[in-house]
Design a protein around this ligand. Structure first.
Ligand SMILES: [Zn+2]
Length: 193
């Protein structure tokens, strides 16, 4: 069954070990921030630093595990139709809007949406790590400068991730202008056994 995440919203839910989460971009050029916490101890969460260290790349795609702050693999990307994702950028937030979009209305962002959705699972806002930003298109220049580009996704592009532990997942339809090509669209997701 497909669940629709409204534009600029977020959700949290349990994902059991070996279940597969499919995240779909139904209209194209929309980013979705993903977080994962261990259901048995929510102090364990995905860590971009651990993942970059063990995978020896910042280009994570099919076959890449996402590692935790305790050096355990939490999720594995099993299929990635667009092949463009990011784990450098922290979830967008009210502060992001004030800093980068001073001429536009402030929004709670993925961070605010995730904090609200994760609170019932005992996960505090300060425990939110850098997300795995599905479909986010970040280019790193030879001088180290980073640039946010529109996602290359077409309608129907998707990613599938297998849970390697019993997890609490946080998931958004991203709220920030540059990462979503200036307009905000829904995200669809499904869980497969
Ligand atoms: Zn966002």
């Amino acid at each position: 069954m497909t669940t629709v995440l409204a534009p600029r919203s977020g959700v949290a839910f349990r994902l059991s070990r070996d279940q597969i989460l499919r995240v779909i971009d139904p209209e194209g050029t929309q980013v979705s921030d993903l977080l994962a916490f261990s259901a048995s101890d929510v102090r364990e969460a995905i860590s971009n630093g651990q993942t970059f260290a063990y995978e020896e790349t910042i280009q994570l795609t099919t076959g890449s595990p996402l590692w935790s702050n305790r050096s355990n693999p939490m999720l594995e990307i099993v299929e990635d139709s667009a092949g463009t994702d990011d784990s450098l950028f922290t979830p967008c937030s009210e502060a992001t809007f004030r800093h980068l979009y001073a001429d536009k209305p402030v929004h709670c962002g993925c961070f605010g949406n995730l904090a609200e959705a994760l609170a019932p699972f005992g996960i505090e806002a300060d425990a939110i790590p850098v997300a795995f930003n599905i479909f986010m298109n970040v280019r790193v220049g030879p001088d180290g400068r980073i640039k946010l580009l529109a996602p290359p996704t077409a309608p129907g592009d998707f990613i599938r991730l297998r849970a390697l532990d019993d997890l609490i997942i946080g998931l958004t339809a991203c709220s920030v202008y540059d990462s979503c090509s200036g307009s905000f669209k829904p995200i669809h997701y499904e869980t497969e056994r």
